[in-house]
Each structure stands twice: as C-alpha cells, then as structure tokens.
Ligand binder design. Structure first.
Ligand SMILES: CC(C)(COP(=O)(O)OP(=O)(O)OC[C@H]1O[C@@H](n2cnc3c(N)ncnc32)[C@H](O)[C@@H]1OP(=O)(O)O)[C@@H](O)C(=O)NCCC(=O)NCCS
Length: 146
C-alpha cells in the first residue's frame, strides 16, 4: 500500500510543484496506513487482482476516516475520503467506483449521510471522477505559501 501511496504523492507532485513535502515519507505513510487499519473510525480498502496486477496483487487503495463530532454537536459525522489511487493500468474499469462504494457503506453503517473529499485544483481528471460519482463542489480552500 505504501508503494501505491508514493505513486499517488508523485502524481500530485507532478501536477503541483508546491504540493507540501513530507519528511520521512515511507515511515510516515507506514504509520498512517497502520492507523487506518487499527483505528475504529478509520478503514483502508484495497483492490486486489489475481491476474496481471503487480506482484503483490494490489491495484488500488482508499483511506477512509469518519470525522469525529465535537461533543454535544447534534449533527451526523462526515465521512472523509483522504486518499484514493488506482493503478494507471487498471483504470476506467470500475475499480475506483467500487472502492468508493465500499467506503460509502462503511460510513453509512456508522450513521454518516455525508461523504467529503479534498481534490487538488490541478487534478482535473480526479474532479471529473468525483462529479461522475455525484459529488459537488461545496467549499474552496485558499492558501498562501511563505
Ligand atoms: C480517479 C481514479 C481513482 C479513478 O479510478 P478508476 O478506477 O479509473 O474509476 P472508475 O473506472 O471506477 O470510474 C468511475 C466513473 O468515473 C469516470 N472517470 C474515471 N476516470 C475519469 C477521467 N480521468 N476523466 C473523466 N471521467 C473519469 C468513469 O468514466 C466512470 O464513469 P461512468 O461509471 O459514468 O462510466 C484514478 O484515475 C486515479 O487513481 N487517479 C489518480 C489519483 C486521483 O486523482 N485520486 C483522487 C484524488 S482526490
């Protein structure tokens, strides 16, 4: 999974040279992947291929986290999709949609009616994918880099 996650980060870096640097990349991603598997409000979904995928069979992954509610706030939690990557060789075959469906079921089972994802501005293909799945723009993140 860390292997695919690094591909995802390199993809984002190729789109945007200001994509934030991550020190100790492998260790950080390994720890984050473990958090995704261990924590009750997180889940990691993977897509496996038994045929022509990579040696480990992993061709995609999604990292999902149910956003904790501030105590006493009577709104359902939001499901956050932090990461989604499908191996370029396996795209346009329904793998991304299947991973999102799994995350959706995970969130729904925990009372969440809203799923949210942050998409980087230059990732036009990514934005189109989310639109096809029924996602709509709701907010804009504005940044200034020193
Ligand atoms: C975005 C991504 C996950 C899509 O995965 P995928 O397995 O190819 O997607 P699917 O085959 O399940 O496609 C689902 C729908 O999105 C559409 N879609 C997928 N990629 C698209 C693209 N590049 N441009 C336009 N539409 C696209 C498909 O046509 C399909 O619509 P349909 O069901 O109406 O035909 C994959 O391209 C990827 O890993 N991209 C790089 C990383 C990335 O952008 N991740 C999301 C970051 S927020």
């Amino acid at each position: 999974m860390v292997r695919l996650w690094i591909d995802l980060i390199e993809y984002h870096r190729s789109l945007d040279p200001d994509y934030p640097p991550l020190p100790n990349l492998r260790e950080t991603l390994r720890a984050e992947a473990r958090r995704g598997v261990d924590m009750e409000h997180c889940e990691v979904f993977v897509a496996l291929s038994s045929s022509d995928g990579a040696a480990d069979g992993l061709v995609g992954f999604l990292f999902a986290e149910l956003e904790p509610r501030p105590a006493g706030v009577p709104v359902p939690p939001t499901g956050q999709i932090h990461e989604l990557w499908v191996d370029p060789e396996r795209r346009r075959a329904g793998v991304g949609r299947a991973l999102v469906d799994e995350a959706d079921a995970f969130f729904a089972a925990r009372g969440s009616a809203r799923v949210s994802v942050r998409v980087e501005e230059p990732n036009e293909a990514g934005r189109e994918f989310w639109r096809r799945l029924g996602f709509r723009d709701r907010a804009r993140i504005m940044e200034r880099i020193r």
